[in-house]
Design a protein around this ligand. Sequence first.
Ligand SMILES: [Ca+2]
Ligand SMILES: [Ca+2]
Ligand SMILES: [Ca+2]
Ligand SMILES: [Ca+2]
Length: 398
Amino acid sequence: MKQFLILSLALCLSAAVFSSCNNEDNTPEAPSISFKDNTDGTFYAKAGFPLTITPQVENGDGAQYSWTLGGQQVGTSATYTFQSDETGTYALTLTVKTAGGEATQQLSVTVEPVDVHYRPATQNSLAACNAVYEYTPAPGQFINEPQSGFKNENTPEAACAYALERMGKSAYVSLGGFGGYLIVGFDHSIYNEKGADFSIAGNSFSGSSEPGIVYVMQDENGNGKPDDTWYELKGSEYGKPETLKDYSVTYYKPQSAGTDIRWEDNEGNEGMVYYLPGFHKQDTYYPAWITADSYTLSGTRLATNSDWEEGTGWVNKAYDWGYADNFSPKDGTGSNADGTGARVNNFEIDNAVKADGTPAGLRHIDFVKIQTGVHFTTESIGELSTEVLDVKDLHAGK
Ligand SMILES: [Ca+2]
Ligand SMILES: [Ca+2]
Ligand SMILES: [Ca+2]
Ligand SMILES: [Ca+2]
């Protein structure tokens, strides 16, 4: 039996040079139609924007294509570009004819509305953020430090340029202690496709999670600036009693170099961001471009998730999902088991919520903000601080 199979296969292979192998009369096989990553032929388009449908046709030599929409033939090419300003679901039929036969496939295209200021990605769009609108870290051991790439930046604009240049090299930008934040933008809008939409690279590893709360914004007024509404992306800690909303901390500029930085929070607590000369020797950890004698940072605060373990020291444990710079088992990708390189977390626009916790229902976003989400500092390792190495659209370039 086996020999027979091998012989048949050999005959078949040689016959295939001249025609298809199942047909004794040498007529080609009938064509068949399929779509990559789309088994049921359901497509989504954005109102006013083109969607090109590219079928994969087997046995399609010499095929004639016919695309019909509502009974009318609308195309005869191997691909079809659909576009409509009207939302709704459209029934499309593709027929492929060859000398071997004919195949027909029903397709549906659902046209979804887009917001008026939506900026579609083009083939030239960058996946990575291309603008930093604000970089306001809390005080921290990496702030102002030459080893962290600082070159005496002493204006907010210079600080933004520092952050953008660092991320361009996938080098860390530290947000300092609780409340420190970074606001980035892109050369296009990030559309809310099915599944995760953008990623943030951090430098977490097992035992070193320093979670950052992620917020998104749509450029609702179309002025190109992040002056619209922020929506928090809910993560695993959202809504828990120990997760505080509208927590704020005021940091006080130190009077002299080489000293701790005092803080007070809005719950009546106070403490210090410790100066750690054994590790970070710059004059001060208070951002050099903040001239005010104090500044206040606010946002969602997660409960501390750090344990002291004898022989190991502080272990900063991961939260389940939904945060930047967090060694998540759910949304974390990439590996940096040795503590180097970027560990990446993926984020889903559908998790954006309004202040009352109901879904924001955003179809696209233009800006992303990342904020250090824990307030924890020790005299041995200093403050926990979220690091950001890059922010990327997961759909651009596809
Ligand atoms: Ca999505
Ligand atoms: Ca705006
Ligand atoms: Ca850190
Ligand atoms: Ca980190």
